[in-house]
Write a protein that binds this ligand. Structure first.
Ligand code: PRP
Length: 178
């Protein structure tokens, strides 16, 4: 860790584990044994998706997408595209998009429209962390783990300059003042 930043605990691994179990149970109840295609948006969603999938009492297939977003490093421009060719066909499937965090909403908004254009039969959304105060586009999230209004969050898949993704809890990065 840099001397200029410290990490303040926000969500313990136990709290995350308990909430992921609740979300998985709710998703399972809502889909009653119908197969879901879980699609994680890389890289951040890889840990949440793997925990959610293992707790899910429903059959599922799993895939991932890598999306490129253009703009300043801390701000999305809304200009988004697939970074590599898609490895699955969403046509006719019930897709559950799994995100670690929804912030401006631009990434998810673009991807939901893309999935519908590809002919997905139904598209649902599941985000571990929702930051509704920063939303730039209206977005409905079907399943939300936690609403956390502000703070730069890391851990459990979330990074700061590619660091801290492997931390089992979620922390706020606090930057030292000069
Ligand atoms: C993060 C996160 C979401 C997106 C949300 O990804 O995983 O995909 O930002 O932001 P938005 O709601 O403002 O569009 P990021 O671009 O940081 O890439 P990463 O997952 O590889 O860290």
């Amino acid at each position: 860790m840099s001397a200029r930043e410290t990490l303040e605990p926000v969500l313990t691994p136990e709290r995350i584990r308990a909430r992921v179990a609740e979300l998985a149970a709710e998703i399972g109840r809502d889909h009653q044994g119908r197969e879901l295609l879980l699609v994680g948006i890389l890289k951040g969603a890889f840990i949440f998706l793997s925990d959610l999938a293992r707790a899910l009492p429903a059959p599922c297939r799993i895939d991932f997408v890598r999306l490129a977003s253009y703009g300043a490093s801390d701000q999305s421009s809304g200009r988004i595209e697939l970074k590599s060719p898609c490895t699955f066909d969403p046509a006719g499937k019930t897709v559950l998009v799994v995100e670690d965090i929804v912030d401006t909403g631009l990434t998810l908004d673009w991807f939901l429209r893309w999935l519908k254009e590809q002919g997905a039969a139904a598209v649902k959304t599941c985000a571990l962390v929702d930051k509704p105060e920063r939303r730039q586009v209206p977005l409905f999230l079907d399943y939300v783990g936690f609403q956390i209004p502000r703070g730069f969050l890391v851990g459990y898949g979330l990074d700061y300059a590619e660091r801290y993704r492997s931390l089992p809890g979620i922390y706020e990065v606090v930057f030292a003042q000069d």
